[in-house]
Design a protein. Sequence first.
Length: 108
Amino acid sequence: MTANELTQAILAVLNSTPGCFAWRQNNHATRRRRNNVKVSVTDILGCYRGQLLAIEVKVASDRMSDKQKDFQAKVVACGGLHIEAKTLDGFLEWWKEKNRERKTPPAH
């Protein structure tokens, strides 16, 4: 599966999930970057029941850059959800777990 195919498959799953809205974030390099443009934003961004959702799509031997790892750390530190999706099966397992966690009532 190519990165584009994996991205499209993940978006189909996310946007068919109630309470989730997601899109492909165009993050191609440009010659000039303005100060308000965030470099190394994930391939997919979204919102899931009020929580930021960030998904970095990597296939084959692709690896996250240091800037992408920094973005991941910031998302997680702020309470967002982040995953490096390498396969559709791996993503689906993670997504199923996140849905299970969100349906579990808080402990008292």
